[in-house]
Design a protein around this ligand. Structure first.
Ligand code: NAP
Length: 324
């Protein structure tokens, strides 16, 4: 079978990660890297014997590229994905799918109508832990509450980019990988409320530390709550996750998942089934796309997840509950 030829956009940490992953897969070939950063872009291209292009639009136009890996900052994912899909390229987008719901919807529409594979890099799709949680949740009946708390002293490798509202969006948006799995388990939100405090917020939207909370009600019933704090005075990161269902509660305080009922506490068994990587899955879907319309379930979940993060940003701006 012919190799799938890939262009990578961006030349930072995730671009490097994907370049290495794709280069190690026999059916893929990294042919070009585009980035506004000539130094890191040229370096990454040289390491993978690929061509460096400074303008990502020129990379997308190339006839010798089948698919595009989008590893730029959050504020350009939607535009680049739409342009790639309009040019009949397959797209693999770093999360979040887009900074704007209309852009996310447009990307999904293009993937559907042009039979292109659109995948957002949410790893739950290939996670044994997520599959085990899904199965156990199915046994524990109805959701009452899911809560997620993450407190971290960290500010990311590039705080000027991450703690930057116009570039990265609110913390709920750049922490979308905490929202995606819960939407995958319980479906869409009926309404969303958000709140946030930013310390040292400048006119350009940069800040030093934050707290951000999101509360939703799922359409199927049950409440979801997320709380994040970043750049705070805490010695080490803390994370707590809970799924409270009518027949039992699943919880993880950092030492693994436990299921407690009125009578017992058991550890959740996670199988060690080998899974393909997200990159392998995307390549396989591209190969199959010639016979079958691609399955876009995960892109739909990614879109539902950004509906929540973006509605929570709207809720903060307008100081009201947002009905979806
Ligand atoms: N899947 C995961 O586990 C994971 C983990 C971390 C991050 N992410 C996501 O991956 C994305 C990239 O993160 P990263 O850590 O790789 O960031 P990064 O190290 O800052 O790299 C971003 C790269 O894209 C370039 N770039 C940004 N905007 C651009 C634009 N509009 N046009 C052309 N090039 C552009 C940057 O150039 P400059 O150097 O000039 O800024 C840089 O080369 C983010 O959206 C982030 O949310 C995913």
């Amino acid at each position: 079978m012919r190799n799938i030829k890939i262009g990578i956009i961006g030349s930072g940490g995730m671009a490097r990660h994907h370049a290495e992953r794709f280069s190690s897969i026999e059916t893929a070939e990294v042919v070009a890297i585009a980035s506004r950063n000539e130094q890191t872009g040229n370096q990454l291209a040289t390491e993978h014997a690929a061509t460096f292009i400074s303008d990502w639009k020129q990379l997308i136009k190339r006839d010798d590229i089948d698919g595009v890996i989008i590893c730029t900052h959050n504020n350009s994912h939607g535009e680049i994905a739409i342009t790639a899909l309009q040019t009949d390229k397959h797209a693999f987008v770093e999360y979040p799918l887009a900074n704007d719901v209309n852009e996310g919807e447009e990307a999904l529409h293009l993937a559907k109508t042009r039979h292109r594979v659109l995948r957002v890099s949410h790893p739950e799709v290939v996670s044994n832990t997520h599959a085990a949680l899904k199965q156990k949740i199915g046994e524990l009946s109805e959701l009452l509450l899911t809560s997620f708390v993450r407190l971290t002293p960290g500010r990311g490798a590039r705080p000027e980019i991450l703690f930057n509202l116009p570039v990265s969006g609110t913390p709920a948006h750049f922490f979308i990988y905490h929202i995606y799995p819960i939407v995958d388990l319980f479906g869409e939100a009926a309404w969303v409320e958000g709140a946030a405090c930013y310390e040292g917020l400048t006119d350009s939207g940069q800040y030093n530390r934050f707290v951000n909370t999101v509360t939703i009600e799922f359409k199927r019933g049950g409440i979801g709550q997320w709380s994040w704090a970043g750049g705070i005075a805490i010695n080490a990161s803390e994370q707590h996750e809970r799924y409270v269902l009518t027949e039992g509660t699943l919880s993880n305080d950092g030492s693994g998942w436990q299921c407690s009922t009125l009578t017992e506490v058991t550890e959740l068994t996670i199988p060690k089934t080998p899974q393909p990587t997200l990159q392998e899955l995307w390549l396989l879907e591209i190969q199959n796309a010639t016979q079958h319309a691609p399955c876009l379930v995960d892109a739909e979940v990614a879109l539902s997840a950004i509906r929540i993060s973006l509605a929570s940003a709207q809720s903060i701006r307008e100081n009201r509950r947002i009905e979806l």
